[in-house]
Design a protein around this ligand. Structure first.
Ligand SMILES: [Zn+2]
Ligand SMILES: [Zn+2]
Length: 199
């Protein structure tokens, strides 16, 4: 996928997702039932409590896949504040210590996955555009360089001169430096900054 397609895909996934701003949601803890009401370890079928039951009554109980085994389980709301370090796992991260239940819609999941995949390409694109912009600015600034003439500063590119001999020239139109082109570069810079601030 080229970078333009990646950006388009990311935009489409962003537009399909739930409008922001998003906030971190509650953290949910899921565990299998392995204890009795007296907090003794008991076998399958007799257990009524999970390791998180000290937090209070479960918000959900049913059967869940716990470390590869489908068994009776509880889900409790974690009373601790949200901690990104506890709620996020990666494919290489091994055990998921906490289970985050915040993202529910499949479009939102798709956007999160899409962002993970396409944001690196987007950042490369931004880096490239910045370099291009800086190079362009440098070339234009060098082209519209100031020239001293009759004690004043003029734009060497915009001012019009006509040669009157092999080594002599006559100034026909005087355009002060900074010229409108250099001014426009400054305006573009300000507008870009304003646009950034709006985002
Ligand atoms: Zn429980
Ligand atoms: Zn100029």
């Amino acid at each position: 996928m080229n970078s333009e397609n990646r950006v388009n895909q990311l935009r489409a996934d962003l537009e399909a997702a739930t409008p922001g701003p998003w906030e971190p949601g509650d953290v949910w803890l899921t565990a299998g039932l392995i204890y009795s009401d007296a907090w003794e370890r008991v076998g399958d079928g007799n257990a009524t409590r999970c390791a998180y039951c000290h937090l209070g009554e479960p918000a959900w109980s049913g059967r869940a896949d716990i470390n590869g085994t489908v068994m009776p389980a509880h889900r409790h709301r974690n009373p601790e504040p949200y901690d990104p370090g506890h709620a996020v796992s990666s494919s290489g991260g091994g055990l998921v210590a906490y289970e985050g239940g915040g993202v529910v819609r499949s479009e939102d999941v798709r956007f999160v996955v899409s962002a993970r995949e396409h944001v690196p390409a987007l950042l490369s694109e931004v880096d490239g555009l910045r370099l291009k912009g800086a190079a362009l600015r440098e070339r234009i600034t060098a082209l519209h360089a100031p020239v001293q003439h009759m004690g004043q500063v003029w734009c060497g590119e915009c001012s019009v001169r006509r040669s009157t001999g092999p080594r002599s020239e006559e100034w026909v139109a005087f355009i002060p430096h900074p010229c409108p082109t250099i001014d426009a570069l400054g305006t573009a810079e300000t507008q870009t900054t304003e646009t950034k601030e709006q985002i």
